[in-house]
Design a protein around this ligand. Structure first.
Ligand SMILES: [Zn+2]
Length: 301
C-alpha cells in the first residue's frame, strides 16, 4: 500500500469517526425578522442566547425595504424567518430569499413563520377593491401595533421555537407567558385611562389594529387607499371633513412625513404627529416603549 493510499484511508477512518461521534450541541438559533418590532418580540420569546436580526431598520417603510445583498446573507444562515405576512413584505422579501438559497425558510417550511397566520386579521377578502392599487388586498398587515395580537403571535412563536429546538421548549413557553401577561397589563392600564372617542386622521392605514384595541376613531386617511398617493381632490375633501369634524390630530408614519401631511395639518390646524411603528430598544422593552410612545403622544402626556 503506497503512502497516498494509506493517507486516504486514515482520512476516511477519521471521517467515519466523526460521523458516529455524538454531534456537538447545535449552536443557538439564528433568527431573521423582517421588521424591527417583530425582531424585538421574537428576541423576547427566544431569549438572549438566540441571535435575532431585523432586515428593516427603525424608520424604514416596511412595504419597501431596499434589498441589499447583505440582507440575503442573514437569510442564508437563518434557522427561522419571522415576517408580518399578508403581502406586506411581498415587494422586497422574495428576491432576497431567492438570493439566500435557504430552502429551510421557504413558505410552508418549519423555518418560515408569518405572524399574520397566528392572529385575527382585519380586512381583506371582499372588503378591498384590488384593482384600485390597494397595497393590502389580503388584509391589513400592521397587526403588530396591537399588543394583544403581539401576545398571540408570541405564543405561537414559542411553539414553533419548540419544534426547532425542543430542548428549550419550556423556556420559550415560559417567556411567551410572561410577555403575554405584561402586554395584557399594559393594554388594561391604558384602556382604563379611557383614550376612547378621540377622532383622528392617519396617513396610511398602519394604525388600524392599534386604534381598534385602544378605542381611537379614525375618520379618514391622507392616502385615499393604502399605498395610493393622495390627489388634490381627495385632500380638499379631507380638509373640509376635518374642519367640520374638528379633527385635532393627524398621525403619520415617519416614512410618510413630508409636504402633503404638513399641508393638511396647516390647512386644518390639526397637529401632525409621528407615530412610530418601531423604535430602537431591546426585546420586549423596546416593543412596549413603542406602544406606550404612541399612547403618550396621543394623550398629550
Ligand atoms: Zn401598509
Amino acid at each position: 500500500m503506497n503512502i497516498m493510499k494509506t493517507n486516504t484511508m486514515k482520512w476516511m477512518v477519521a471521517c467515519a469517526a466523526l460521523l458516529i461521534l455524538p454531534s456537538p450541541a447545535k449552536a443557538e438559533l439564528y433568527i431573521v425578522a423582517t421588521l424591527p418590532a417583530l425582531a424585538q418580540i421574537t428576541q423576547e420569546i427566544a431569549g438572549e442566547k438566540a441571535t435575532v436580526v431585523s432586515l428593516a431598520r427603525v424608520g424604514q417603510d416596511p412595504h419597501f425595504v431596499p434589498g441589499k445583498p447583505t440582507l440575503a446573507r442573514h437569510l442564508a444562515k437563518a434557522d427561522l424567518l419571522v415576517s408580518a405576512g399578508l403581502a406586506l413584505e411581498s415587494g422586497w422579501l422574495p428576491p432576497l430569499m431567492a438570493l439566500s438559497r435557504n430552502e429551510h425558510i421557504l413558505p410552508g417550511r418549519e423555518g418560515s413563520f408569518a405572524g399574520s397566520e397566528t392572529i385575527d386579521v382585519i380586512g381583506g377578502e371582499a372588503n378591498v377593491d384590488r384593482s384600485a392599487g390597494d397595497v393590502h388586498p389580503e388584509g391589513n398587515p400592521h397587526w403588530w401595533l396591537d399588543p394583544l395580537r403581539a401576545a398571540q403571535m408570541g405564543q405561537a412563536l414559542a411553539k414553533r421555537l419548540a419544534v426547532l429546538d425542543p430542548t428549550h421548549a419550556s423556556d420559550y413557553q415560559q417567556r411567551a407567558d410572561i410577555f403575554s401577561k405584561r402586554l395584557q397589563a399594559l393594554v388594561a392600564s391604558w384602556q382604563h385611562k379611557g383614550v376612547a372617542a378621540q377622532r383622528i386622521v392617519t396617513y396610511h392605514d398602519s394604525y388600524r389594529y392599534f386604534v381598534e384595541r385602544f378605542g381611537f376613531n379614525v375618520v379618514g386617511f391622507i392616502e385615499p387607499k393604502p399605498g395610493v398617493e393622495a390627489s388634490t381632490k381627495h385632500l380638499s375633501a379631507l380638509v373640509e371633513q376635518m374642519k367640520a369634524q374638528q379633527i385635532m390630530q393627524i398621525w403619520s408614519e415617519s416614512y410618510h412625513l413630508g409636504r402633503i401631511a404638513s399641508r393638511v395639518a396647516s390647512a386644518t390646524g390639526a397637529t401632525l404627529m409621528v407615530m412610530d411603528d418601531a423604535v430602537e430598544g431591546s426585546a420586549g422593552a423596546g416593543y412596549i416603549n413603542m406602544i406606550e410612545g404612541i399612547l403618550r403622544k396621543a394623550m398629550g402626556e
